[in-house]
Design a protein around this ligand. Structure first.
Ligand code: NDP
Length: 283
């Protein structure tokens, strides 16, 4: 821990986590808001997540971000005090202590919403195709529905996972059940306002083979993966006339939401984004 008593201590814990951009983002937010903080990276052994979390808070840590592969374990640790978003996401990326109890939230969905709005694509009234049925997809379903999406169709390489996910969410959120559906990548037909790639396909240089997708005028194709150059999914969507964006804004916005939970101040993501984009292009 840092010896300066005036610094608030934060960290991101994961494995692997060495290349996390969170320290740079949070130090930027600290400077912007005048909050003196230190934010470090903790690579936890795979079997020691619980003790790493305990020690961090026993030593006076103020807030912890959690990344792969520990988000579900974090959810279990904080199960008595979860936000509704975390509860429905089944995963936690933000931990903090209050009255001696561990609390958890999932800010991925808030981050995506903030970025979609920044890009001029508020989900309210929009027909949304969500590609993928892993942790990232699960985490954004409730926020998108709560924000007013008129339809949310989930498709996945393993169709059963998408159908099950849509069914589970419909059960947990009966008010939104009629907006939800699920299927395979070959069942992506529709005229969509927003198509979100929540798969990791771009990391292996691929794009999900979606069938029947049409982009409405001004539609946005959003890849949660971020990269120095447009991902294969973004390239394919651009060729179909869609506007495109990658997930760098979501990354910064989910960090801003964590920062706001911990410090009670909402930082501005706009000044951070160009700096990060520059670093990404240089890396
Ligand atoms: P998971 O491992 O939980 O899920 C992976 C998903 O990708 C599954 O739906 C899987 O399908 C699908 N998939 C993997 N490879 C392919 C492929 N070649 N073609 C089609 N589908 C494929 O990962 P997460 O949900 O946690 O994360 C998904 C991505 O989102 C990651 O790349 C991550 O970096 C990114 N992300 C970005 C964030 C940001 O802030 N920008 C925040 C969170 C995540 P199947 O079920 O069939 O295996």
């Amino acid at each position: 821990m840092n010896s300066d008593v005036h610094l608030k201590e934060f960290a991101v814990v994961g494995n692997p986590v060495a290349h996390s951009r969170s320290p740079a983002i949070h130090h930027h937010f600290g400077q912007q808001t005048g909050i003196a903080l230190h934010y470090r990276i903790i690579e936890s052994p795979l079997d020691a997540f619980t003790s790493v979390v305990r020690r961090f808070f026993e030593e006076g840590g103020s807030g912890l971000n959690v990344t792969v592969p520990f988000k579900q374990q974090a959810w279990e640790l904080a199960h008595n005090h979860l936000s509704q978003r975390a509860l429905l996401a089944g995963a936690v990326n933000t931990l903090w202590m209050k009255d001696g109890e561990l609390h958890g939230c999932n800010t991925d969905g808030i981050g995506l919403l903030a970025d979609l709005r920044r890009l001029g694509n508020d989900p309210a009234g929009k027909r949304i195709l969500l590609v993928g049925a892993g942790g990232a997809a699960r985490g954004v379903i409730f926020p998108l529905l709560e924000a007013g999406a008129s339809r949310l169709h989930i498709v996945n390489r393993s169709p059963r996972k998408a159908v099950d996910l849509a069914g589970q969410m419909a059960e947990q959120l009966p008010d939104f059940a009629h907006q939800l559906s699920g299927g395979g990548l070959h069942e992506a037909s529709g005229n969509w306002d927003i198509v979100i790639n929540a798969t990791s396909s771009s990391l292996s240089g691929e794009t999900p083979p979606l069938q029947g997708v049409q982009y409405a005028p001004e539609a946005l194709a959003y890849d949660m993966v971020y990269a120095a150059t447009p991902t294969p999914f973004m390239q394919a969507a651009s060729a179909q006339g869609a506007r495109i964006a990658d997930g760098l804004g979501m990354l910064v916005a989910q960090a801003a939401a964590s920062f706001a939970i911990w410090n009670g101040i909402q930082p501005d993501i706009e000044p951070v984004l160009p700096e990060l984009r520059k670093q990404l292009l240089a890396s």
